[in-house]
Write a protein that binds this ligand. Sequence first.
Ligand SMILES: NC(=O)c1ccc[n+]([C@@H]2O[C@H](COP(=O)([O-])OP(=O)(O)OC[C@H]3O[C@@H](n4cnc5c(N)ncnc54)[C@H](OP(=O)(O)O)[C@@H]3O)[C@@H](O)[C@H]2O)c1
Length: 256
Amino acid sequence: MKKNPFDLTGKSAIVTGASSGLGKQFAIALAEAGANVAIFARRKQKLEETKEALIALGSDAIAVSCDVTDTKGIKKAIKEVEEKYGRIDILVNNAGVATVSPSEIHTDEEWNRVINTNLNAVFFVAREVGKIMIDQKYGKIINIGSIHSNVAIPNLPITAYCASKGGVQMLTKALAVEWAKHNITVNAIGPSYFPTEMTDAALTSPAFQEQIKAQCPIGRTGRPEELDGAILYFASDASSFTTGQLLSVDGGWTAI
Ligand SMILES: NC(=O)c1ccc[n+]([C@@H]2O[C@H](COP(=O)([O-])OP(=O)(O)OC[C@H]3O[C@@H](n4cnc5c(N)ncnc54)[C@H](OP(=O)(O)O)[C@@H]3O)[C@@H](O)[C@H]2O)c1
């Protein structure tokens, strides 16, 4: 029988920011496909809840407390994963934050927090995991971008977020080109709006819901499980000849 190209049995993965939201969903999708998943975030209790859900799916999951903006902490966390699994096949660089602030009053602190978490940390984690993937001559890196990797949005001042996610797309291309020779693919996913802690405030606004209906051809927010296909494609050998790409999962938002 032909092997299922999306099967992740025996693979080991890291998902950053898996204590909630899309990161938790990505970890579950990988575990359901057979991967052992190490999850990183700062909130220990919520991380443990995700870990229990993964173990219930048969994954040999571990929860690792890690602030992805702390380069020493990243190295320690990745060492723990390498010791546990012996290799790291998949990295989902998902941890992220958003801030809503008109640019003319945007503080240095908030700008730096968004860029440090959404862009700098994506590079720092990829750099450390990349060393292991280069040695093992195999790796699948998936960075979580956004529709705001490509387009801004009226009525929602999120310039730091847009800048960070635009950076994620170019970082994805540059790493893909640099590490192709090591049999590492680097791709990105660009979701539109999905209900999570990050989007809770915006999505409870009736005016913003109307804006989504107007800007998104499918006319609604996404359901987290509608990202499963994209993550499994990029995490598995189904995408062995695809690198440097951002796949928009956005109900057609960026098609218009
Ligand atoms: N929801 C959407 O509509 C949407 C759309 C496009 C892209 N995205 C992207 O999807 C990713 C996940 O967002 P979400 O919507 O699922 O939001 P969320 O529920 O707020 O999750 C964010 C995750 O990132 C983690 N995190 C934040 N700062 C961190 C840090 N310094 N160190 C370690 N972990 C950190 C949080 O964990 P702790 O607080 O426990 O550390 C949490 O698990 C983000 O990159 C976001 O930009 C989301």
